[in-house]
Each structure stands twice: as C-alpha cells, then as structure tokens.
Design a binder for this molecule. Structure first.
Ligand SMILES: NC(=O)c1ccc[n+]([C@@H]2O[C@H](COP(=O)([O-])OP(=O)(O)OC[C@H]3O[C@@H](n4cnc5c(N)ncnc54)[C@H](O)[C@@H]3O)[C@@H](O)[C@H]2O)c1
Length: 373
C-alpha cells in the first residue's frame, strides 16, 4: 500500500494559502500516493474542493490517519495532537517558533521537516519555499506602498505640470528585495537599494536601480546569507543611510539574518525626518522589524509617515503563492518516496538539513538546545 498524504486547512488568522493545489497533484497521484485534502482547505486561495477531486485527491478529514501531513504555517498544538503517531509533518517556519509542537510530535515518534531550513544549493532551488514566498511578499509590498502613497509612482508630464517620480528605497536586496525593486521599477519609480552583501550590487543595477554604496566593513555570512553585524556597524549604517531614507517617499525593508532578530536599519529619528505621507513597508516585522517603530501586524502613524509592519503578504497573493509553495513541497517530497513508501535518507544534504525531528528524535542542534532549557 502506498502512503497517505493529507493537507491541513490553514487555521492561522488571515492565512489564505493552502499547502497543495490541484495543479500540483498530478506528480503525487502518478507516484501512486493517496492525497486527501481537508474540506475547503483551498477555498480562500480559490481552489474549490471539486478541483482537487478532479485532479485525483479525495476531500475529507484524514489527518489522524495520514502518513504525511502538509501545512503552510506550522500547526497549532491542538492540530499537532490530531496528527497520527509516527507520521511526518512538513511545513514552513523556523523551529524556534513552534517548539511546543515539535515536542508534542517528537513524543509521538513523528518526523518533522521545516522548509525554512532548506540549504541554498542549486539542487534545492525548486524546493525553496522561503524564496517563492519572499518573491510574493516583495511584489505585494510595493503594490501596498503604491496604494497608500498619496503620490504617483511614475513621472507624469501633463498639461498641468510635471510630477517627479516617487523615490523608493529597498533595504535588503535578497529575494524579496529584488522582486520589490523590479516591481517598483515597472511602476516607474526612481529606485535605489542597499544590502550588506556587496555581491548583490550587479543584480540591483541590472534591474535598473541605483545601489547605495556605504563602504562599510561587513561581517560575511554563510550559505549565501548575510552575517550578523556588530553594533558599531549598525550605528554607522544608520548614520550613513539616514539622509537617503529621509529623501524617500517609500522604503521597503526586507533585511533578515536567518534565526536571529532583524537588524534595525531605520531609527525613530529617521522616520521623524521623513516627509509626511511617506510609507515604510517592513517585511521583517515578524522577527522584530527593520524599523525601530514597527509593530508586527499593525500600521503605525508617526507624524504622517505610515509604517506597515507585515509578514503576511504571501497570503495576500494566495492563489499564486500557494501554487509556488505546493510545487516546492512536491519537489521536496517526491524524491523521498521509494516504491510508494516514505524513505527519509539522512545522508542526503537537503533531507538532513530540513529534518528537525526524525522518528521522535530531535536532531536539529539549535532546537535541541532550546528544548533542553
Ligand atoms: N538555492 C539557492 O541557491 C538560493 C535560493 C534562494 C536564495 N539564494 C540566495 O540567498 C541569499 C539570501 O537571500 P534571502 O532573500 O533569503 O535573504 P534573507 O531573507 O535572509 O535577507 C534579506 C536580505 O537582507 C540582507 N541584509 C541582512 N542584514 C542586513 C543589513 N544589516 N543591512 C542591509 N541588508 C541586510 C541580506 O543580505 C539579504 O539580501 C541571496 O543571495 C539569494 O540570492 C540562493
């Protein structure tokens, strides 16, 4: 008998995405995997139950008997309790953010995979959900800013006079930042960008944006990521970037260091120096924010400057974000299926890096340390 894969309906407030979409099912069905989707799991991303049935899945609640359960966000503790002993969970999330769930699942002999731990190697690119969801967030962040900014993005030459283009600064030019740059350029804004990784300079320029050079000595990171910078560096960065920030109409911040709080790039003083009506969209809100005044999940108004602290933008583009995430999951799961059975090969770099718990044993170092406290 082949394995049973079940898809949760997301329960997080405002979460509209779904872990598998009808168009992603064929590869699983062709591999003789039985797929069940919780009733209405895809409804908010506009994938009705009928579409799943047509694609070969059943629609029912079989979480309690499934071998593999798929989710977008990590499950709640109650949801984790409903997962079968010995089953395998695959979801997004840094393990530190769902320790209670990890503990519960480990106690039941389950295995847990966190897609956020995927290594940045070429073979894993098609599984990289951090990237696919970051692209969605970067795109939507610019649209959100454009909607809220009381100005045009493009330059307008009209009979009534010329309107200069909006000035947009993107801080952090990783996956989300580059998508934000491309989107802001398409809307006609004058775009500049800064990142501690000088390697992104050419990518920023190839999108037609200006790279802000600060000539600071940077602490290198690992695996393509930025490293954590010293407090002296942060102070100098804030001093040097202040003028650029104050001259901008829109600032999109995406700076992150995996597993750590987001670096503060925009201080209260910088916000106070910005023109009223300006917009900051802080995509790092859930990890503390890149702006000192950001409140996660809220809009803050400081002297007419709006700071939008959001980490939920991929959900605002739920149809495509779900399709991309579903493809990431299928590309991740399928190589682990051998003759209809799940084979977790810990010799495989991708499997090993993402496996937080293996058959009840917590094997991800930082998670083990946190659980021991
Ligand atoms: N499989 C792959 O090969 C693969 C897949 C995805 C991404 N990547 C690469 O990984 C890298 C990280 O991408 P990401 O989007 O996940 O990054 P991320 O979300 O961890 O961080 C976003 C950006 O913030 C920047 N940043 C961190 N601290 C900063 C600070 N103090 N000031 C300004 N900027 C700061 C980072 O350099 C990064 O570009 C990129 O080079 C990306 O192209 C590789």
């Amino acid at each position: 008998m082949s394995i049973k894969v079940a898809v949760f309906k997301e329960s997080g407030a405002g979460e509209k995405r779904v872990a598998l979409t009808p168009d992603s099912l064929s590869k699983l069905v062709n591999a003789d995997i039985t797929v069940s989707v919780y009733p209405n799991a895809g409804l908010e991303a506009f994938f009705p139950d009928e579409a799943y049935k047509t694609a070969g899945a059943s629609v029912d609640d079989v979480i309690a008997s499934a071998d593999v359960v798929l989710k977008v966000l990590p499950p709640t503790l109650d949801e984790a309790k409903s997962i079968n002993s010995g089953a395998t969970l695959i979801s997004t999330g840094q393990p530190a953010s769902f320790l209670d769930v990890i503990k519960e699942l480990a106690s039941k002999g389950c295995s847990v995979f966190a897609m956020d731990l995927l290594p940045r190697i070429s073979r894993a690119q098609s599984m990289d959900s951090l990237s696919s969801q970051a692209s969605a967030a970067g795109y939507k962040a610019v649209l959100l800013a454009a909607m809220r900014l009381p100005k045009f993005f493009p330059m307008l030459m009209t009979a009534a006079g010329t309107i200069p283009p909006a000035k947009v600064l993107v801080m952090g030019a990783g996956v989300a930042g580059l998508q934000a740059i491309a989107t802001a350029k398409r809307l006609g804004a004058q775009v500049s960008a800064y990142d501690v990784r000088g390697a992104v300079k050419e990518e920023v320029q190839s999108l037609g944006a200006k790279f802000v050079e600060l000539n600071l000595e940077v602490q290198e990171g690992q695996g393509g990521y930025a490293g954590e910078q010293s407090s002296e560096f942060q102070a100098k960065l804030q001093e040097l970037i202040g003028e650029t920030v104050r001259a901008c109409d829109v600032v999109i911040t995406t700076a992150a260091i995996p597993g750590r709080s987001a670096p503060i790039l925009i201080t209260k003083e910088m916000v106070e120096g910005m023109r009223p009506g300006s917009i900051i969209v802080d995509l790092a809100a859930s990890t503390g924010g890149n702006c000192e005044l950001t409140v996660n999940g809220e809009d803050v108004n400081v002297g007419g400057v709006t700071i939008i602290g959001t980490s939920e933008l991929p959900s605002a583009i739920a149809t495509n974000a779900s399709q991309l995430y579903a493809k990431n999951l299928v590309n991740f799961l399928l190589p682990m299926i051998k003759e209809g059975q799940l084979e977790i090969n810990l010799e495989d770099e991708v499997v090993s890096a993402t496996c937080v718990v293996y058959k009840g044993e917590v094997r991800h170092g930082p998670t083990k340390e946190l659980l021991a406290k």
